[in-house]
Structure formats: structure tokens, C-alpha cells
Design a protein around this ligand. Structure first.
Ligand code: NAD
Length: 369
């Protein structure tokens, strides 16, 4: 039996709704595979602002840093949306990433052939799509200073700053190359080297590091071209590695290959132990979806698949992770869809909790087979 501490941060909006379904699955894995998960729920984002006045308290950061993994829902919503407010829900996720040193965000995009008819793209384009975007997470324009607004005689002005060090680029690029080695051995390095100085440094370092990986094919793409190729030839990509802002945008685009933001999980990782595990934060790529909150419309699969990534990358439980992924595929194969992915005529449209229960039942069944 293995024992793990897991911090649970459901957050706001549909965060707690999809979280409930992920917990069904987590409890089943614990029972069926005889593990012990010590779960500690913490307040983050808007829920924390309402209770404590800040989006992320020191206690929560402390709980997270002493856990094996953090499972995170989503934060934010209209209630806390005042752009001039000094306390904002997203400070929770940015603070956790920075505070826990989680510099690498992995977002796998696999298109299940059964869902081709639900996609906005053609079957011929989607066939064979199986890629991972590796996004730098703790640097770049999201953290660079100065970041400010002011007014002068020419009107309102604003500045954001993109700043990166050689070390930050090197460690994220190595994550990309190492991952490619365990997959189809191709890295697409994405930048804007024709315009940005930081991107020229990125490309220089990517080229240097590629020499340590002669077995990995390297392709350099400008981010605008990459955005186009992602929907023209998605199956050609294996590992895409890029900086924070570009990765944020490209992964939302890539999510549409998989049918919906509600399908895409993510893992945010820091330094790893020799066996490849280490503290990580796992969350769906979507936000709090205020337009559908409380209606049973949220797709919980991204959250459930985030549990699978947590089992794989932080707890080292590969077969348990696969059990979840296979269960999700089986439920999809049976034709069940939440509304966001129900494009095809054969879809049986179900609610958030029905989807969670069906995945959970498939996991139970797989143990009995
Ligand atoms: P969003 O991801 O919340 O929603 C975009 C669209 O996708 C909406 O139409 C929504 O209904 C749909 N959608 C998202 N997740 C879904 C799911 N699981 N099932 C079905 N449909 C789903 O993005 P947004 O509308 O730009 O942002 C809403 C709020 O979420 C904002 O406050 C934003 O700051 C916050 N946000 C938080 C995170 C995070 O916590 N990591 C990430 C993105 C946005």
C-alpha cells in the first residue's frame, strides 16, 4: 500500500462541480488499488478572497508545498472581475505555480477517433493527432516587471515586460526534448524570433540543446505559423515546446482538436526525482465557465483526466492512470457526451454528474474483468 498527501483546491464556478466527479474517480482508485490518499481541501481564488481577503494564503501555499500533489479546479468569475482590483482570483494559480517552482506545463492533446464526427475539423485533418504542448510557466510577460498603467499628455499608456533568462529557457527546453525521447522523437520549438529579442535567445538555446539530443528531430516554427499548422496538420506534431504566453494561446487552440476545453487536462511540474516523480499541480485547461455554472452542463473529463496525470507524474501510479484514461475512452466509445462535445447525431447527451458516474463505473468494471 502506498500513502500520499494530496491538496484539493476546487476553486470557483464550475471548479467544484467538475471536482466532485474527479473525487469519485480518485476514491475508487484508492479503494480498488489499495492506496491511501490523505486529502486536504483548501480555499483558493474567489472563494478564498471572500473568506480571507486574498486569493492564496500562506497556509494554503504551505499545505500545497508539503503535499505530493495539488489537484486544482479553476478560479475566477464575474464577482471578482474588477480589473482595477489589487486582489484577483488568478493570483492563486500564478502564486501556486511560482511558489511551488512549477515551471513546466504539460498539456497532452489526443483526439479519440470516435469523436471525429463531434469535431469542427475534418476527419482527414484530425487522424493520428497525438501531441503534447510543453509550456514555460513561471516566466515571461505574465511575471515580467515593469507591468503598469499611467496617463500622460498622449492619453492612457500601459506596459508589460517579457523577460527570460538562459536558465529558464534551458530547463523548459530540456523537458520538451526528454519528453520527445519517450514519444515519437520530434520537437517543434515555437518562438517569434523574427521580431522578439527573447525569442532570438530562445532559438539560440533551443539549437544548442538540440545537439544533446541527436536522436530527436527538431523543427523551429514562428508562433503565428504554428497556430496555422496546428489546425492544418495537427498529426505532424509530437512535442511542441514554447514560452508562457505562446503556450497559453496555442493550447486553447489545440483544445478544439480534442473537441472542447472540457476535454483537456494539464500537469504543472517542477524539479523531478530520479524516478521521474515530484510535486505537481494538476488542473483542467478551462476556466470557471460562468455561463454554464450550476446547470449540470460542465464536462468533467478534463478534470478527471487531470487526476490521471497526477497519478502518473506525481504519484508514479502508471497503471492506475491508464485505468482512468481507458475508462474515459470507453464511455466516449459508448456514445455518451456532455453538451459541449455532443456534435454527432449518435451522441447520448448526459450531465456532469452522470459523466463522472459512468467513468467511475467503467473503472470498477475494469477491475472485475
Ligand atoms: P472558460 O474556460 O471558463 O470558458 C470558455 C468557454 O468554454 C465557455 O463558453 C464555457 O462554458 C466553456 N467551457 C469551459 N470549460 C468547460 C467545461 N468543462 N465543460 C463545458 N464547457 C466548458 O474561459 P473564460 O470564459 O474566458 O473565463 C471564465 C473565468 O474563468 C474568468 O474569470 C477567467 O479568468 C477564469 N479562468 C480561470 C482559469 C484557471 O483557473 N486556470 C483559466 C482560464 C480562465
Amino acid at each position: 500500500m502506498a500513502f500520499f498527501n494530496i491538496a484539493l483546491a476546487p476553486g470557483d464556478g464550475i471548479g467544484p462541480e467538475v471536482f466532485e466527479e474527479a473525487l469519485k474517480v480518485l476514491h475508487s482508485i484508492e479503494r480498488l488499488y489499495s492506496h491511501e490518499f490523505s486529502l486536504k481541501e483548501v480555499l483558493v481564488g474567489g472563494a478564498s478572497i471572500d473568506e480571507t481577503g486574498v486569493a492564496l494564503t500562506d497556509e494554503v501555499l504551505d499545505t500545497a508545498s508539503t503535499s505530493n500533489a495539488v489537484l486544482f479546479g479553476a478560479v475566477g468569475g464575474p464577482k471578482w472581475d474588477d480589473p482595477s482590483a489589487s486582489v484577483r482570483p488568478e493570483q492563486a494559480i500564478l502564486g501556486l505555480r511560482k511558489g511551488l517552482g512549477l515551471f513546466a506545463n504539460l498539456r497532452p492533446v489526443r483526439v479519440n477517433p470516435i469523436m471525429f464526427e463531434d469535431s469542427a475539423l475534418k476527419r482527414e485533418v484530425l487522424e493520428g493527432t497525438d501531441l503534447v504542448v510543453v509550456r514555460e510557466l513561471t516566466g515571461g510577460v505574465y511575471f515580467g516587471r515593469p507591468q503598469k498603467r499611467w496617463t500622460n499628455s498622449r492619453g492612457r499608456q500601459a506596459v508589460d515586460t517579457v523577460r527570460y533568462s538562459e536558465k529558464e529557457f534551458e530547463r523548459i527546453l530540456r523537458v520538451g526534448f526528454e519528453l520527445a525521447r519517450s514519444r515519437r522523437k520530434k520537437v517543434t520549438s515555437v518562438d517569434k524570433a523574427n521580431i522578439l529579442e527573447t525569442s532570438r535567445l530562445w532559438r539560440e538555446i533551443a539549437t544548442e540543446i538540440s545537439e544533446d539530443y541527436p536522436d530527436v528531430e527538431v523543427e523551429h516554427l514562428l508562433v503565428d505559423a504554428c497556430a496555422m499548422h496546428l489546425i492544418r496538420r495537427p498529426a505532424d506534431f509530437d512535442v511542441i515546446v514554447t514560452e508562457n504566453l505562446f503556450g497559453d494561446i496555442l493550447t486553447d487552440e489545440a483544445s478544439m482538436l480534442a473537441g472542447s476545453m472540457g476535454m483537456l487536462p494539464s500537469a504543472s511540474l517542477g524539479r523531478r526525482r530520479k524516478n521521474g516523480t515530484g510535486l505537481g499541480l494538476y488542473e483542467p485547461i478551462h476556466g470557471t465557465a460562468p455561463d454554464i455554472v450550476g446547470q449540470g452542463l460542465a464536462n468533467p473529463l478534463a478534470m478527471i483526466l487531470s487526476v490521471a496525470l497526477m497519478l502518473r507524474y506525481s504519484l508514479g501510479l502508471e497503471k492506475e492512470a491508464e485505468a482512468i484514461e481507458v475508462a474515459v475512452e470507453k464511455v466516449i466509445a459508448d456514445g455518451y457526451r456532455t453538451a459541449d462535445i455532443a456534435g454527432g447525431v449518435q451522441s447520448k447527451v448526459i450531465s456532469t454528474s452522470q459523466m463522472g458516474t459512468l467513468v467511475d463505473e467503467k473503472i470498477e468494471l475494469s477491475q472485475k474483468e
